[in-house]
Write a protein that binds this ligand. Sequence first.
Ligand SMILES: NC(=O)c1ccc[n+]([C@@H]2O[C@H](COP(=O)([O-])OP(=O)(O)OC[C@H]3O[C@@H](n4cnc5c(N)ncnc54)[C@H](O)[C@@H]3O)[C@@H](O)[C@H]2O)c1
Ligand SMILES: [Zn+2]
Ligand SMILES: [Zn+2]
Length: 348
Amino acid sequence: MKALYKAGPQAGFKLVDRPEPVAGHADVKIRVMTTGICGTDLHIQSWDSWAQGIIEVPLIAGHEFYGEVVEVGKDVRDVKVGDRVSGEGHVVCGICRNCRAGRRQMCIHTVSVGVQRDGAFAEYVVIPETNVWVHHDPSVTPELGAIFDPFGNAVHTALSFPLVGEDVLITGAGPIGLMATAVARHAGARKIAVTDISRPRLDLARKLGADLAIDVSTTRVREAQQELGMREGFDVGMEMSGHPAALPEMIDNMNHGGRIAMLGLPSQDITIDWGKVVTHMLTLKGIYGRELYETWYAMSAMLSSNPVLHAGISAVVTDTLPAGDWEKGFDIARSGTGGKVVLDWTQL
Ligand SMILES: NC(=O)c1ccc[n+]([C@@H]2O[C@H](COP(=O)([O-])OP(=O)(O)OC[C@H]3O[C@@H](n4cnc5c(N)ncnc54)[C@H](O)[C@@H]3O)[C@@H](O)[C@H]2O)c1
Ligand SMILES: [Zn+2]
Ligand SMILES: [Zn+2]
């Protein structure tokens, strides 16, 4: 099969022939149709210090995907050949304390598809049956199915705290911040303000339901509060940029008792006013991945029940390229100006 392969500890990938992965007795083999390009993949491509610390080479990267089941192991009970599926990229151990308690997203032995085991920048990928999410709704296209992983990040973050009637601040209008904007709208937020420094992404945020899209390179969030007619501060914050300036400004603009869900991975140390966290009685919650599998249930349920949300999340995919044009796709993703970039493995 063709695969984007990192043969050793250096920058770059090569599109080469690799042996097809073999499904174990509890595994499912999937013919990959589409794979999303994530920031993680850009780190793996450029082989920065984060990638060097976590990646095991050789590796086929890619963890956001959709495809068709072509083979199932002998112990697979529910997933069938021909099913259209997405995959949960966090493979958990099943026996640690959290796994046994049903909190599988907190597994202490999590192994990530496309990071620590071969992933989906390839014509085929193998994952355990437990990680397969079958799409029963035909309105989930291969492009939409490819972004269930980051959509899950957005849904898990956005549904961390009750949103009905709340004023919400989302910092970072990357693909995940954009999807969180649409989910917050769907979930009943009152005012939604979204920040970024990219004009095209701020435009997308408006289309996805932001009441105000703030360019923080020129405008302060405090001024935006006034524009929205707010008096006391935001009730819920979602940090989705990883930029060290975003969280401190968010903390400065929260109401007392405000709740912050943090998804963005800090690009460097962040200095925050801990005194304010204490005296303003703020809650900060770290978010990693998706809830297994309530987030997946929520994604499918919300998409099939709300055409506006379905259209909004679908619109987050702004570029789809044949997998053979992967270098161009990675360049577009790295430019950080559009939405999600998806590679089509049915067109090499
Ligand atoms: N915790 C998890 O499980 C998880 C999973 C996936 C991604 N992430 C992280 O979540 C974040 C969002 O992911 P994404 O794919 O949407 O990434 P992205 O990098 O495309 O989006 C980040 C956005 O933040 C914007 N930004 C930069 N400086 C800013 C500032 N000062 N204020 C506001 N916005 C600013 C950028 O222009 C960009 O549009 C990234 O940090 C990513 O590493 C976390
Ligand atoms: Zn990802
Ligand atoms: Zn575990």
